[in-house]
Design a protein around this ligand. Structure first.
Ligand SMILES: NC(=O)c1ccc[n+]([C@@H]2O[C@H](COP(=O)([O-])OP(=O)(O)OC[C@H]3O[C@@H](n4cnc5c(N)ncnc54)[C@H](O)[C@@H]3O)[C@@H](O)[C@H]2O)c1
Length: 271
């Protein structure tokens, strides 16, 4: 049972691949909180057909394909969404990431730069493209809220996160820069949520993920935040209770980001 935190709001959710996806859980929560949504993902991801299940649960939410690197696809998505809603969009979730060098097992020091361009286009500049499309079409309502998902490797080194560390730094920079301009123009807020390691398709693609997630769990006073916790946080960010928050990178990680060491880790080191 929701609390109608998003009653009357209309949003686009990018990146629900399967039930584990952070975007999937967020779509469910937004719907539960009274929002109307449109779901989008890359055409190749939609072919798996999983998203239709989500659409059914979320009141037959339209599923509109968009490769987030294509300005034509994005224009079509915003046009169709506004047509469907009969008006502007109040929130957008950017829950998209892809590391081509990571996927192909290329070490950071041996990066293939063409693949890296694709990584940055999909994982970082796509946020610029989404915001630019909305800006050009005047598709976002005043005080709309845009959230993109990121990871603390943007600030600190996690070696196996590879080129995605650079991608997340760029994503956070686009958040601040576009957040500034969109804030001035329309009071639109743009933030990133820096989430704990989470067992999803994208997450598990990181080499040594088990060690990674267990380490984070031991280093977080509250433990790792789940995808569902993240969904709740996104709902709050889309709600009117966070109207004055913009251009921020918000850690949603059970305290990991500000912990130097924990008793659990000390005991492990002593044994
Ligand atoms: N899982 C984690 O440990 C973790 C931690 C922090 C941040 N994040 C971030 O959360 C976000 C969501 O990832 P997730 O963990 O839910 O995994 P996921 O694999 O379920 O989601 C990633 C999504 O990106 C989509 N995508 C890839 N290329 C695309 C393109 N060209 N156009 C449109 N969509 C495209 C995929 O189809 C997929 O739906 C990502 O930005 C990820 O980096 C994940």
């Amino acid at each position: 049972m929701g609390n109608n935190l998003l009653k009357g709001k209309k949003g686009i959710i990018f990146g629900a691949l399967d039930e584990k996806s952070i975007a999937w859980k967020t779509a469910l929560k937004c719907y539960e909180e009274g929002a109307q949504i449109v779901l989008s993902n890359a055409p190749v991801a939609l072919r798996m057909g999983e998203i239709n299940k989500l659409s059914e649960i979320c009141g037959k939410a339209p599923v509109i394909p968009a490769d987030v690197t294509s300005m034509d696809d994005l224009k079509n998505l915003f046009e169709k969404s506004m047509e469907h809603f009969g008006g502007k969009i109040d929130f957008v979730l950017h829950s998209i990431g892809m590391g081509v060098n990571v996927r192909k097992g290329k070490h950071y020091t041996e990066m293939n730069y063409e693949w890296n361009q694709k990584t940055l286009d999909i994982s970082s500049m796509s946020l610029h493209k989404v915001l630019r499309t909305a800006w050009d079409m005047d598709a976002l309502s005043d005080w709309a809220s845009v959230v993109a998902l990121t990871y603390i490797a943007a600030q600190r080194v996690f070696p196996d996160y590879n080129e995605m560390a650079d991608a997340k730094s760029l994503l956070e920079s686009v958040t601040r820069m576009f957040g500034y301009y969109y804030g001035e123009k329309k009071k639109v807020r743009v933030n990133t949520v820096s989430q704990s390691p989470t067992r999803t398709t994208a997450g598990s693609g990181v080499k040594g993920f088990d060690g990674f997630i267990n380490y984070a769990e031991a280093m977080s006073p509250l433990g790792n935040a789940s995808a569902e916790d993240c969904a709740n946080f996104c709902v709050m960010m889309f709600s009117d209770y966070t109207r004055m928050v913009t251009m921020q990178n918000l850690f949603h990680d059970g305290g990991f980001s500000f912990t130097g060491v924990t008793q659990k880790v000390i005991e492990k080191m002593e044994s």
